[in-house]
Ligand binder design. Structure first.
Ligand code: ADP
Ligand code: MG
Length: 736
């Protein structure tokens, strides 16, 4: 059956070469009971491992049934082991977390036997080694002798022609040792049994050959009983492990060591939680950016709003407004954009409401309190039902007088009152988190606000004596139109102090338009004539000013709007309306388009960073979890090497590990989902997590699960690959 010719085994270890055994010549037949002895380190185990195909040899030739094996691949040896070899080790090599039954069953499952078909066979063999009472006991709870009997049962159950036992009694007391040898003897019939032992006496009576080793060489090879004719060799049958059995083992392995299960569970749980949280917080930043970006330019971002101005950049006329209103899809028109997009407060006592001004003629819906306005000073307020301050006390607002304040032109307001407004009607709306109101006011109030805004957004220059100068210009009812009254000091700028009758030009400009007034200076004021000319004697606070006629002054700012907004009825048809507006000589622009393009660059950068950081995080977490899982799995190396010894291939092991990690990661993900769900429905009260979870959609949860499954697969591939980098015995020795 087996023949070794000058076979040597060397170990290369960190540049050192040591000899396992050298120049061994040996021929063994089926039916022999071979006993190998020799002092420790003489090469016995190494020889057995080479014979078993668990380790390679470097020199000479080993023949199996007459065939050379020096060219054998790992796969060939795998096949050889599965057909011919059963090993029994001094250290038992059992799966401690499995029961006796499961240990014996394992070798059959790995070799493609059907679970239900082998049940009786396993029970019989367990009975033969006298362990029926312990068949459902975990191996870790057995004594040494009992463990070795399990190992023998496992070696017997597959019925291979060769049994190799390396010091099977080495760790046993003499009583147990005797029992074990007895069982081996029974098994030996029609097989080749090779046993390493120091107790020759125990085996002497039935040994057919005794080999003695010393320093890596065979120094004695005595054939006690000659086998004349080798009986026919019956190969042990095997198949690839069935899918069902892979799953069975994968599931068994998931749960059979609780601490390992919990550790893996925690790694998967925190890995997915970290990735999800990081992604969600990016989504949150992005959403906040969108929101902030929007509100900073345009307060009203309705989909049905179109911004318009004229192509020639002049002010709208009333006829033009009428034409626009007549377009079929136009719901209403807001003449002053500046008023929609600039918010303002109205105040009374210690109560201040913030909102945007709208034309009362565009008011829609019904009032919940009060009535519609009847004069120019009465207004209607649209306010959030859940307004943080006013909710459930809207009646407090009704028929109260509020002050409209003077704007300072930079988003701030002075304390100066422009006019009084009386709230006569209230409409409440359901708008989450929106605490800004809408003030529906008369055309007259709008006009005042527009003039006020134009004043504050304009710069004014004065051309006096052919020089542009920055003087303060003020309206005054006592000044005739076409005239200006200036400080008497100004006369020094003119030849002979001749200032009366001189021309003065007042120019204003803002982003929409420019305008000018050409006046002549009718008089100059000094302290004594001020009261008569201008109706005030506050001389000290009115130095170096130019007073002009109030109506003329207002005409500089009382302009029709230069930019307006159209609101359409049907958003689906907004493009048609845009074309119609263009045909009227206007530049139409959807407010939504405008905003998105404005912040697009910034948002794109956030998006790119989000993707890059997420990928980096996934990679980093992959390696961290790989390392952690590798440490966790390290305790499993013996398990997987044992599977290998029992006939599992690389693919089998990878798949069994795959299943284990798949179940573990899926369970932890389910628990994570459950956790997030409980947070969402407020059973668990974690505000920040609840907020983050709002930024994740089903799509992202599914994607995360896919990533988790892929990661656990990659881990099992990497791990199995490392496990198979070396020969079985080297891997095993490294771990023990
Ligand atoms: P025995 O089983 O007879 O006690 P071994 O076969 O275990 O002896 O060892 C034989 C020789 O091979 C010893 O000198 C031992 O140091 C060496 N050896 C065994 N395994 C290795 C290894 N993995 N690397 C290096 N040397 C080894
Ligand atoms: Mg040994």
């Amino acid at each position: 059956m087996l023949k070794l010719e000058n076979v040597s085994k060397f170990y290369y270890n960190k540049g050192m070469i040591s000899t396992g055994f050298s120049k061994v010549n040996l021929e063994l037949k089926i039916g022999e009971f071979v006993v190998i002895t020799g002092e420790s380190g003489s090469g016995k185990s190494t020889l057995l491992n080479v014979i078993s195909g668990l380790d390679s040899y470097e020199e000479g030739e080993m023949y199996i049934k007459g065939k050379e094996t020096s060219h054998y691949s790992e796969k060939d040896f795998e096949d050889y082991r599965r057909k011919y070899i059963a090993n029994i080790f001094q250290s038992y090599n059992l799966i401690n977390s499995y029961t006796v039954y499961q240990n014996v069953e394992l070798v059959l499952l790995l070799n493609g036997y059907k679970k239900h078909k082998v049940k009786q066979k396993i029970l019989d063999i367990i009975d033969k080694v006298g362990l029926t009472k312990f068949k459902n006991t975990k191996v870790s709870k057995l004594s040494g002798g009992q463990k070795q009997r399990v190992a023998i049962a496992r070696a017997m159950v597959k019925d291979t022609p060769i049994i190799v036992a390396d010091e099977p009694t080495g760790n046993l007391d003499s009583e147990s040792a005797k029992e074990v040898i007895e069982i081996l003897k029974k098994v030996a019939k029609d097989k080749l049994v090779i046993v390493v032992t120091h107790n020759i006496e125990q085996v002497e009576e039935f040994a057919t050959r005794i080999i003695k080793m010393h320093d890596g060489r065979i120094i004695q090879n005595t054939e006690i009983k000659k086998i004349e004719k080798e009986p026919p060799i019956i190969e042990s049958q095997y198949n690839n492990i069935s899918l069902a059995n892979k799953y069975r083992l994968g599931i068994r392995n998931t749960f059979n060591i609780l601490p390992k299960f919990l550790l893996l569970f925690a790694v998967f749980f925190f890995m997915s939680a970290a990735i999800l949280a990081e992604y969600a917080s990016f989504q949150m930043t992005e959403a906040e950016q969108v929101e902030n970006g929007y509100s900073f330019g345009f307060r009203d971002l309705s989909e049905n709003r179109i911004l318009i101005n004229k192509k020639d950049r002049t002010a709208f006329t009333n006829e033009e407004f009428e034409k626009i209103k007549q377009l079929s899809n136009v719901d209403y028109l807001v003449e002053d954009d500046i008023l929609i997009d600039g918010g303002m407060p109205i105040e009374r006592d210690d109560l201040s409401l913030y909102g945007t001004m709208k034309d009362i003629n565009n008011f829609q819906g019904n009032l919940d309190y009060g009535r519609m306005p009847e004069n120019d000073d009465e207004i209607v307020i649209r306010i959030n039902k859940d307004h943080y301050y006013m909710k459930e006390r809207f009646n407090d607002l009704l028929n109260k007088t509020f002050s409209m304040l003077k704007t300072q032109g930079n988003g701030a307001w002075s304390n100066e009152k422009v006019r009084d407004l009386i709230v006569v009607g209230i409409q409440t709306i359901n708008e989450k988190n929106d605490y800004d109101c809408e003030f529906y006011v008369s055309k007259d109030v709008l006009k005042g606000a527009r003039i006020d805004l134009n004043k504050n957004y304009s710069t004014m220059k004065v051309l006096l004596n052919n020089k542009y100068q920055q003087y303060t210009v003020e309206p005054n009812d006592k000044v005739e139109s076409g005239k200006a009254i200036v400080d008497d000091e100004f006369k020094t700028q003119f030849k002979n102090n001749k200032i009366k009758g001189q021309s003065i030009k007042i120019q204003i400009s803002n982003i929409y338009y420019e305008d000018e007034l050409n006046l002549s200076i009718s008089n100059t004021y000094i302290k004594s004539n001020m009261k008569r000319l201008l109706g005030t004697d506050a001389y000290d606070t009115n130095r170096y000013k130019i007073f002009i006629n109030t109506n003329e002054y207002n005409s500089l700012f009382d302009k029709q709007s230069y930019q307006s907004s159209v609101y359409v009825k049907d958003v689906e048809k907004i493009d048609e309306t845009m074309t119609e507006l263009e045909n009227l000589g206007l530049n139409p622009k959807k407010v939504t388009d405008f905003k998105i393009s404005q912040d697009a660059n910034y948002l794109n950068i956030i998006k790119i960073i989000k993707v890059v950081v997420t990928i980096i995080l996934i990679l980093v977490l992959f390696f961290i979890s790989y390392l952690i899982i590798k440490i966790i799995l390290k305790s499993r190396n013996i398990y997987y090497t044992t599977l290998r010894i029992l006939g599992a291939t690389y693919k089998n092991i990878r798949r069994i590990l795959d299943i284990e990690l798949f179940i573990n990661s899926t369970l932890s993900y389910i628990v994570l989902m459950l956790f997030i769900y409980l947070v969402k429905i407020n059973v668990i009260n974690l505000e920040y997590i609840a907020k983050l979870s709002e930024f994740l959609t089903l799509k992202e949860y599914v994607l995360m699960y896919v990533i988790l499954v892929v990661i656990s697969r990659l881990i099992s591939i990497r791990y199995s690959r490392e496990l198979f980098k070396n020969t079985v015995m080297n891997t095993y020795k490294e771990e023990v």
